[in-house]
Design a binder for this molecule. Structure first.
Ligand SMILES: Nc1nc2c(c(=O)[nH]1)N[C@H]1C(S)=C(S)[C@@H](COP(=O)(O)OP(=O)(O)OC[C@H]3O[C@@H](n4cnc5c(N)ncnc54)[C@H](O)[C@@H]3O)O[C@H]1N2
Ligand code: MOO
Length: 394
């Protein structure tokens, strides 16, 4: 059985970025640029007033003397005014500062007497309140580098330089296959021996939090033929397959067999850890496949510790949970051997291991904001001890 750290390294090495696609920028949130972007135009592409006020030539003005008012420039106006020294044009924020003018005085700092404009701003200097051509970015300059994660402001920036689409590494299309005869849909009454199916809900929510929207859900009974057929379909229609359940050693656990029938190469099966020991990671060609142990807390732990690593590689970004050290507030015990991931709640420097760590329980996970990582050799840690925590992305 491999260690948790080795498993992460293998996933990172085995997964690769999906081929780049061109997307409308409004669909590119959370993707990573697959090319350098150069500005197609100067921004701003004309000298632009940053305030409501009056534009004039600073050199053509004698402080203390009034300027003659001459016309108006509103934002969006395309009229061409050539301003001669000694005159001032009424101007509004965003409007083009006309040729001949180079400075804007704000309207709070003037006095009007008929058509005479008296400037009452002793601090005013040449060029004030005017955004020069190309002052945000000049034409053909590098706007954003390949590898940049597109955030909301980043998308706005690209729109602001006039781009309608961008070449990015796309988000994966994900298939979730939940297996188990005992599973009942939430909202329906439970029969004897049934459990509510929750893995598809938690996985879908975790994927949607990454803005992954192309998610297909398959529910399959514990039957090798059905599972193999469903897995084959899922592989055809997605970039990443997540199975839950059926990966252990029971007579009705068919996940490993189905992956082999579908030509999936097993990269590893089982990690020296708790929860989630029987996890399987395989690939069909370049397509990653995870067999997640069915217990709901194992599914979530494996998603955040391992599946995120794979999705990050596929999207050309690092999605690994952020790590830091924290001071443990209570006592935890474990046998030497496996790495343990405990549901924890971190508050400032301190972290508390929550009640209810068994892998069938989500009630502690629902209140957690981190996972406490207890390394293989650790057998006990207590109040005041420093532990490594992995911050959950919510
Ligand atoms: N003899 C052994 N038995 C088990 C071992 C072992 O090493 N030897 N490992 C245990 C561990 S650890 C885990 S984890 C589980 C993993 O089992 P499977 O992946 O085969 O999962 P299932 O048996 O199908 O389900 C486990 C558990 O989770 C519930 N479940 C499954 N799917 C869902 C779902 N979609 N929503 C909610 N709950 C689900 C299922 O009802 C079971 O209670 O194996 C141990 N056994
Ligand atoms: O390691 Mo399995 O995930 O508890 O219960």
């Amino acid at each position: 059985m491999i260690s948790s750290a080795a498993a992460k390294a293998i996933i990172k090495e085995q997964c690769e970025a999906l081929p780049p696609v061109v997307l409308p920028i409004k669909q590119a949130m959370g993707t990573v640029l697959a090319e350098d972007i150069y500005a197609p135009v100067d921004i701003p592409c004309y000298p632009q007033s940053s305030m409501d006020g009056y534009a004039f030539s600073y050199a053509g003005w004698k402080p203390g003397e009034p300027l003659d008012l001459y016309g108006e420039m509103a934002a969006g106006s395309n009229q061409t005014i050539e301003l001669i020294p000694g005159k001032a044009v009424r101007i509004f924020t965003g409007a083009a500062v006309p040729p001949g003018a180079d400075t804007v005085v704000i309207q709070e700092k003037i006095r009007l007497e008929g058509d005479e404009l008296h400037i009452e701003d002793p601090e005013l200097t040449a060029g004030d309140n005017v955004r020069p051509i190309g002052s945000e970015i000049s034409k053909n300059a590098l706007a954003l580098e390949k590898g940049t994660l597109l955030t909301a402001p980043g998308i706005g920036f690209l729109a602001g330089i006039g781009l309608a689409e961008v070449k990015v590494y796309p988000k994966p299309r994900v298939a979730i296959i939940v297996t188990g005869n005992e599973l009942q849909e939430p909202g329906k009454p439970l029969e004897y021996g049934q459990v509510y199916e929750s893995n598809s809900a938690s996985l879908t929510a975790a994927l949607e939090a990454l803005l992954i929207r192309d998610i297909q859900l398959f529910r399959v009974a514990d039957n090798l033929n059905s599972l193999s057929a469903t897995l084959a379909t899922a592989l055809e229609q997605s970039d990443l397959v997540l199975l839950t359940g059926g990966i252990s050693v029971g007579d009705y656990d068919f996940t490993l067999k189905a992956t082999l029938e579908c030509g999936i190469e097993t990269i590893f099966h089982k990690i020296k850890q708790k929860p989630g020991k029987p996890i399987l990671f395989g690939k069909q060609g370049q397509k990653p496949v995870f067999g997640l142990p069915g217990n709901p807390a194992s599914v979530m732990t494996c998603f955040y510790e391992y599946v995120l690593v794979a999705i990050g590689e596929m999207q050309h970004r690092n999605l690994t949970l952020r790590k830091r050290n924290a001071i443990l507030a209570n006592t935890v015990k474990k046998p030497a051997g496996p790495t343990h991931y405990l549901k924890g709640y971190a508050d400032g420097e301190k972290v508390m291991s929550l009640e209810g760590q068994e892998s069938y329980k989500l009630n502690s996970f629902a209140r957690a904001n981190c996972l406490i990582m207890l390394p293989e050799e650790c057998t006990q840690a207590g109040p005041g001890d420093e532990v490594e925590i992995h911050i959950l992305p919510f």
